[in-house]
Ligand binder design. Structure first.
Ligand SMILES: Nc1ncnc2c1ncn2[C@@H]1O[C@H](COP(=O)(O)OP(=O)(O)OP(=O)(O)O)[C@@H](O)[C@H]1O
Length: 578
């Protein structure tokens, strides 16, 4: 909770103080309004008898201003009442807007920070997380964070209101104030004890949500395979089981909330009775005072219920914030130092620079903390203008090798350099400016063909786009679409075939003005003829570019200037064409 408060404080700064001041001002006006009922009632039912306490002071003040008749005094107090009500309405409006801005702004800030942190993290680190865990953090947990912040702001409002009613009770009568304070304190202690259970339930829910998200992604990813093997029922049953747990936990929490609400309401009713009877029998309060007291008790009770149930809601959702922070802390701890002067070094990587690997290796750290070498290389020098075929059996380390060249990994041992610039955490931004990457799994999003090809932020002409599409053997495919480059790709191009999506991604990679093009099984879903055509086009237009191409097929071999064979995590140069 402290971490959350600190995070909100850091985000909001002075806004938190001004918002708090507005919340207090609204509560203060509420309290003053309530206390003003007393003189109205007492003046109204005075029967000419002398007043005491607050009413006496107010009546004396009004008389000194020349308002001697009961009617004029009532009119003035009534006017004050109305003024207060208008002022209060204006402040409440401002308060609600400020609270919404603060809470929504904070949630967006956490969401943005998390996305940015994840995007800045090293690829090997990101790969260690399960997709469902990240999805859960980015959607459900951040959604629950919004609930905490909402509960926190509502809790602050109801607490301030409760305080205002308490102060009003003290203004009426010290004993009455003390009695109410005692009631509130008992309620608060039991609510805090209750929140522990809610927190425990919230932790269980966070775990159950992760499992449910895991099952959801498995359900969607496995649906096609399950249908092909008639295993839909088994898949649905697993999914139903995983969501049954979250539903049970949700119901448990609702029951817990209802129990607390009922307990506070019943205790409140007893307290109200005790305060009223005590006020009448022991404190000898007047009818007017008893009426205002009843109003205070009636307004205080919902305030207390609100405060406690918001407290409970916060405790329940807090594990979601803890889970977000745990992933963030892990990412920060594992993040390579990615500062450095990328700009300065970018200028010195020539677009016609060769690529040299010097006994370089890629390592990852597994769950037990042990370091595993995925691939290592001898000295390999690749000259500009070379098309390099990277082959070898499945699982040998081919992707790890080209990911190293693309700067997704940093060399754990040895080095990797281009034109005298070594790949390090500092030079990585500059290095990757010169890299274009097309992976085996094509990435397309909901947007036009043009938007997909110029992703993320390429400023280019349609002529250049058509040229890249021709080279990637995708021009014909786009020409057939009703609105060609303006055609919207729905659901990430799900209606296109695997090979068609791969061709669009190769066209995107070709459009990027980078001098190192990495194709990691980017043609795996194509027929041999099409693959040969694309490789031929690449070979023809290579210029000073270096192309690293991982492929299981031998189509690329005929066009390759160099062949690297990877076996059992060790790369080796096979042959170089003259
Ligand atoms: N984060 C990781 N932790 C542990 N092992 C890993 C990790 N990433 C990859 N590996 C293992 O490293 C080996 C090399 O993986 P890589 O993806 O480079 O192989 P590949 O030659 O490209 O395989 P394929 O042709 O099947 O795509 C594999 O055995 C893989 O299981």
């Amino acid at each position: 909770m402290r971490q959350l408060m600190r995070a909100i404080g850091q985000y909001a700064g002075w806004t938190l103080l001004t918002t708090g001041a507005v919340v207090l001002a609204a509560a203060l006006l509420e309290g003053v309004g309530l206390v003003l009922i007393l003189p109205v009632v007492e003046v109204l039912f005075s029967d000419g008898t002398a007043q005491d306490g607050l009413t006496a002071k107010l009546v004396a003040l009004l008389e000194s201003w020349g308002f001697r008749s009961v009617t004029s005094q009532l009119a003035l107090i009534g006017a004050g009442f109305l003024l207060l009500a208008i002022l209060r309405a204006l402040i409440l409006m401002r308060r609600d807007v400020m609270m919404a801005e603060l809470s929504q702004g904070f949630v967006d800030h956490i969401r943005r920070d998390f996305f940015a942190l994840l995007a800045r993290s090293d690829w090997p680190v990101i790969k260690t997380y399960r997709k469902s865990q990240l999805l859960n953090t980015m959607t459900i947990n951040i959604g629950r964070l919004a609930m905490i912040v909402h509960a926190l702001s509502m809790g602050a409002i109801t607490l301030a209101m409760g305080l205002a009613y308490l102060v009003a009770a003290f203004v009426m009568d010290t004993m009455l104030g003390l009695a109410m304070l005692l009631l509130a304190a008992i309620g608060m202690v039991s609510a805090v004890l209750w929140t522990r259970r809610s927190h425990r339930l919230g932790r269980q829910l966070t775990r159950a949500n992760t499992v449910a998200m895991d099952e959801t992604t498995r359900f969607l990813d496995g649906l096609k395979a399950a249908k092909a093997t008639r295993a839909e029922d088994e898949l649905s049953a697993r999914f139903a089981q995983s969501i049954a747990e979250t539903r049970a936990l949700d119901v448990q929490f609702v029951a817990q909330q209802a129990r607390l609400r009922n307990a506070v309401q019943i205790a409140g009713a007893f307290g109200a009775m005790a305060v009223l009877l005590g006020g009448y029998g022991l404190l000898d309060l007047s009818g007017g005072e008893l009426l205002v007291m009843a109003a205070i008790v009636l307004r205080l009770a919902p305030s207390l219920v609100g405060t406690f149930s918001n407290l409970q809601q916060m405790a329940h959702a807090l594990p979601a914030f803890e889970a977000i922070r745990a992933v963030e802390d892990e990412l920060v701890a594992r993040m390579a130092v990615a500062s450095g002067d990328g700009e300065r070094i970018r200028a010195s990587i020539a677009t016609d620079a060769g690529l040299t690997l010097e006994e370089a290796s890629v390592e990852v750290v597994n769950e037990d903390g042990a370091r595993i070498t995925l691939v290592s290389t001898p000295q390999i020098k690749i000259a500009p203008g070379m098309l390099v075929h990277v082959g070898g059996p499945s699982g040998a380390g081919k992707s790890s090798l080209v990911e190293l060249a693309a700067g997704l990994h940093l060399p754990a041992t040895g080095s990797l350099s281009r034109g005298g610039v070594e790949l390090t955490a500092d030079t990585r931004p500059a290095w990757q400016q010169q890299v274009s990457f097309a992976p085996q799994e094509p990435f397309l999003f909901d947007g036009t063909v043009r938007e997909n090809l110029t992703w993320p932020n390429l400023d280019t002409t349609d002529a250049a786009i058509w040229d890249a599409l021709e080279q990637a053997a995708a021009a014909e495919l786009v020409r057939r679409l009703p609105t060609q480059l303006d055609e919207e790709l729905l659901d990430g191009g799900a209606r296109l075939s695997g090979g068609e999506r791969q061709r669009l991604c190769i066209a995107r990679a070709l459009l990027r003005p980078a001098s190192l093009l990495v194709l990691d099984e980017a043609t795996s879903a194509m027929d041999p003829e099409l693959e040969r055509r694309i490789i031929g086009n690449l070979r023809e237009s290579i210029g000073q570019r270096i192309i690293l191409m991982v492929s299981h097929s031998l189509n690329a071999v005929g066009y390759a200037d160099m062949r690297i064979e990877v076996a059992d995590g060790r790369a080796r140069l096979r042959e170089e064409r003259d």
